[in-house]
Design a protein around this ligand. Structure first.
Ligand SMILES: [Mn+2]
Length: 287
C-alpha cells in the first residue's frame, strides 16, 4: 500500500508555539527515506488563523476546528484511494480530524492507541486550561460539545476501545472521565511496576485483529531522550519502549494510520531529535 504523508502546521490547539513547524522540518528526501522505496505523496493540510473571539474554555476554536476539518478530508481521501496515512503534527488537537476520518470508515471497529504523557481526555467543561489539545480523546468519544466535531457526524469511539499508554500527567477530572467510560489506561507508574512486556500483552489481547489508530505524542519520551517538544514531562520512556509498543501493535492488529505529534524544531539542537523522529516513523512503516 502506498503512503500518504500529511503535515499539519498547527500549534494553536496548545499553549506552546513551535510545533506548527514540526512537519516543515521534513524534506522530500526525508519522506523518500522513511517510505523506503514504496510510492508516496506528501500533502500539507492548510492551517489558517481565523480571527475573532473564541470561548475561554475552547481557545482558538475556529482556527483549530477548520484545520481538523481539512485534515478529516485529507485522511478520508487517503482511505478512499487506498493509501496509508502518516500524519505529522502539529499539536495533538489534530487527532480530532484524523480519528473522525477513521471512524467514518471503520466505525465501531476502530480502536485508538494513545502513546502520550497525557490522557488528552478533557471536555470543554472539565478543562482547566481551555486548550483543545487536551480534548481530542474526549471529542473522539463523543462526550464533548458539537463544536468539536470534525466529520459529518459526531464520533463515538467507545472508551473500552481507547488505550492510553505511558501517561504521567493526568488531571483529577480526567481520572473520573476515564473511569466512567471504561477507558484502558496504562500509566507510567503501572508500566514501571508491571513491566512494558506484560502491559503490552494485556493490550494486545484486546486489540488482536482490530483496526487501530496509532497516535504517538513525543512527550511520551523522557526529556533526556527527546527534548524537542512543547512541554517536557519528566520520568518518560525510551525510543526502544516506543518501538516495543509499535512492533506489538503491528504484529497482532491492523494499524490504519500512524501519527506523530508535538515535535518542536526550535528546541531541537542540531536536529538531534529530528533524527529520532524519522527513526521511529521509519520503524513503524517497516513492520
Ligand atoms: Mn498528547
Amino acid at each position: 500500500m502506498e503512503y500518504k504523508f500529511i503535515g499539519v502546521p498547527m500549534s494553536t490547539g496548545s499553549p506552546y508555539p513551535g510545533t506548527e513547524l514540526g512537519c516543515k522540518a521534513f524534506t522530500d528526501k526525508d519522506f523518500k527515506g522513511m517510505a523506503g522505496g514504496i510510492a508516496f505523496e506528501y500533502k500539507e493540510t492548510p492551517y489558517n488563523e481565523i480571527k475573532g473571539k473564541n470561548p475561554d474554555n475552547l481557545k482558538s476554536l475556529s482556527s483549530v476546528m477548520s484545520c481538523c476539518k481539512a485534515l478529516y478530508k485529507d485522511v478520508g481521501e487517503a482511505y478512499k484511494n487506498n493509501k496509508f496515512p502518516v500524519v505529522i503534527g502539529g499539536d495533538h488537537a489534530l487527532s480530532i480530524g484524523s480519528i473522525a476520518a477513521g471512524y467514518e470508515v471503520f466505525g465501531e471497529n476502530l480502536c485508538v492507541v494513545w502513546i502520550d504523557a497525557h490522557t488528552d481526555i478533557h471536555t470543554e467543561i472539565s478543562t482547566e486550561t481551555g486548550y483543545i489539545h487536551g480534548m481530542p480523546i474526549g471529542a473522539s468519544m463523543g462526550i464533548c460539545c458539537d463544536e468539536l466535531t470534525a466529520g459529518k457526524s459526531k464520533c463515538h469511539v467507545k472508551g473500552e476501545n481507547v488505550f492510553i499508554i505511558g501517561a504521567r500527567s493526568i488531571d483529577k477530572e480526567e481520572y473520573r472521565i476515564i473511569r466512567e467510560n471504561n477507558v484502558n489506561l496504562y500509566t507510567m507508574e503501572q508500566i514501571r511496576e508491571q513491566g512494558l512486556e506484560s502491559v503490552m500483552k494485556e493490550v494486545m489481547d484486546k486489540l488482536k485483529g482490530k483496526r487501530v489508530h496509532v497516535s504517538l505524542d513525543v512527550d511520551f519520551f523522557d526529556p533526556d531522550v527527546f527534548y524537542a517538544t512543547g512541554y517536557n514531562i519528566e520520568n518518560g520512556f525510551s525510543i526502544e519502549d516506543a518501538k516495543h509498543i509499535i512492533s506489538d501493535i503491528y504484529k497482532d492488529s491492523k494499524p490504519v494510520i500512524f501519527e506523530c505529534v508535538e515535535y518542536s524544531p526550535a528546541k531541537d539542537e542540531n536536529q538531534k531529535d529530528f533524527i529520532k523522529l524519522k527513526e521511529i516513523i521509519t520503524y513503524a512503516l517497516r513492520q
